[in-house]
Design a protein around this ligand. Structure first.
Ligand code: NAD
Length: 480
């Protein structure tokens, strides 16, 4: 047996990480961790309590003055050691994500393990820069760390979402309490193994696993947390903003999306469709930035639908550890059921099924949903408006560029998007008109230094790059 391709061994964790130590939780309650490709329980973690959150926040508060006063190059050196310790665990991270989330191992290696390393590397460089100061008239304007950060993260990119908060918070001089998703807590433990090995000062980063309603709410509502940085659903984001509003704590929210992929009449259609389908199905469609609405000019619509159906037929479902697998399961039975309900609703609403659907063949076990494409989706219908968070693509025709922009912007979300055209200026003009935080023109590559975040109900604030570090700072004006 090829060990590198096997599930990892250590899947039960019994401790929290507080003040630099692995410590016992205050309660014996645990949360089971499931392998969604089989439905079997593979491990468990403690169910953190409000008392555990109190202890972790106190540790972060105690560590804050020292970390905030640490020189930027020393903070960068800590992050550099953390990068090395995490990189040494890349295989184990990929195998753990493949096990607790079901991401196919190849994709888990490239994205689930690779992306956080890229982001952490960028933060090492940013941490080394002294905080920007500038003079305005008689004022010296300085940036200071905001304080103790409560970080609450989802399951779809279990390490990336954590690193995208923890690394810039540390770079800015903040200390952190992390509550990872209860569906994928094991990957977060690997980060804390790396934190221990890297020798970060005690209390600078703390881990309390647990459920959203108990540990998550306790962290979001905690009077000693200065900023709550949350990634997850828009509904939970609203709840967290309400809890933080009670004490006027800062919030950063990275929420849902329903992003539009606009394919203009002169686009390189085979490429636009191939990349577009790949984007919509990435991680079984459980990607907040997924281009889940493909908008195609009427002149190319029939041709595009044929290409979409052919592309989707190439996505083989199966065991995440099988190299032939291109699509894994959904993260949980509940998530798979939500996606099936969206498919049923789209059929009831009269959308035309082009691929997949409720009767498509599936593996005999696990929370699988077939990649599914609907054509002629009405821009106001539930499928065009609601985030499905599964492998479901809506294809919508448009007559001209104004209509394409209107459909793209007909959404309460505004996280990502794409435009394809042989005329880059025309594509850029459409990109500028889209009310969304990120737009990729002709497949422009992901840039870890670019700001990431949403317009409208896709969130508040930005992550990544220097913008992501600024999110964890306050501005102070000193008059002389
Ligand atoms: P979720 O909102 O259910 O949970 C996210 C996190 O919040 C988990 O850790 C959960 O335990 C916690 N939580 C739940 N209820 C809480 C409460 N009342 N108080 C405090 N914490 C609570 O989201 P999910 O199902 O884990 O993730 C899927 C959603 O996340 C999708 O809507 C997706 O679009 C969104 N998402 C957004 C981004 C982004 O960057 N914009 C990235 C990934 C996922």
């Amino acid at each position: 047996m090829d060990l590198a391709a096997a599930p990892p061994a250590l899947l039960t964790r019994r401790h929290l990480h507080v003040a630099g130590d692995w410590v016992d939780p205050s309660s014996g309650d645990t949360i089971p961790v499931e392998n969604p490709a089989t439905g079997s329980i593979v491990g468990e973690v403690p169910a953190g309590t409000p008392a555990d959150v109190d202890r972790a926040v106190a540790a972060a508060r105690a560590a804050f003055p020292g970390w905030a006063a640490t020189a930027p190059e020393q903070r960068a050196a800590h992050l550099d050691r953390l990068h090395a310790a995490l990189a040494a665990r890349a295989d184990e991270i990929a195998r753990t994500v493949a096990t607790e989330l079901g991401t196919p191992l190849k994709l888990a290696t490239r994205v689930q393990a690779g992306l956080p390393l890229t982001v952490l590397r960028s933060m090492v460089d940013l941490a080394a820069r002294p905080a920007a100061e500038h003079t305005v008239g008689n004022s010296l304007v300085v940036r200071e760390p905001v304080g103790v950060v409560g970080a609450i993260t989802p399951w779809n990119y279990p390490l990336h979402q954590v690193v995208a908060k923890v690394a810039p918070a540390l770079a800015a001089g903040c200390t952190v309490v992390l509550k990872p998703s209860e569906l994928t807590p094991l990957t977060a433990y690997l980060l804390f193994d790396a934190i221990t090995e890297a020798g970060l000062p005690p209390g600078v980063v703390n881990l309390v696993p647990g459920t959203g309603p108990v540990a998550g709410e306790a962290l979001a509502a905690h009077p000693d947390v200065d900023l709550v940085s949350f990634t997850g659903s828009t509904a939970t984001g609203r709840r967290i903003a309400r809890l933080a509003a009670e004490r006027l704590a800062r919030v950063s929210l990275e929420l849902g999306g329903k992003s539009a992929n606009v394919v203009l009449a002169d686009a390189d259609l085979p490429t636009a469709v191939k990349v577009g389908v790949g984007n919509a199905l990435l991680n079984s469609g459980q990607t907040c930035t997924a281009w889940t609405r493909m908008l195609v000019h009427r002149d190319r619509y029939a041709e595009a639908l044929d290409l979409v159906a052919a592309a989707v037929a190439g996505y083989r479902l199966g065991d995440p550890f099988d190299p032939a697998t291109r699509l894994g399961p959904l993260a949980s039975a509940a998530q798979a059921q939500r996606v099936r309900d969206h498919v049923d609703r789209a059929l009831a609403d009269g959308a035309r099924l082009v691929a997949g659907g409720p009767d498509a063949p599936l593996p005999s076990q696990g929370h699988f949903v077939a990649p599914t494409v609907f054509a002629d989706v009405h821009p106001d219908s539930a499928l065009a408006q609601e985030e499905v968070f599964g492998p479901v693509l809506a294809v919508i025709p448009f007559a001209d560029t104004d209509e394409a922009v209107a459909i793209a912007n007909n959404s309460r979300y505004g996280l990502a998007g794409a435009v394809w055209s042989a005329d880059e200026d025309a594509a850029l003009a459409v990109a500028r008109r889209m009310r969304t935080g990120q737009v990729d023109v002709n497949g422009g590559a992901f840039n870890p230094l670019a700001p990431f975040g949403g317009y409208k109900q896709s969130g508040l604030g930005r992550e990544l790059g220097a913008y992501g570090v600024e999110e964890f700072t306050e501005l102070k004006a000193i008059q002389r």
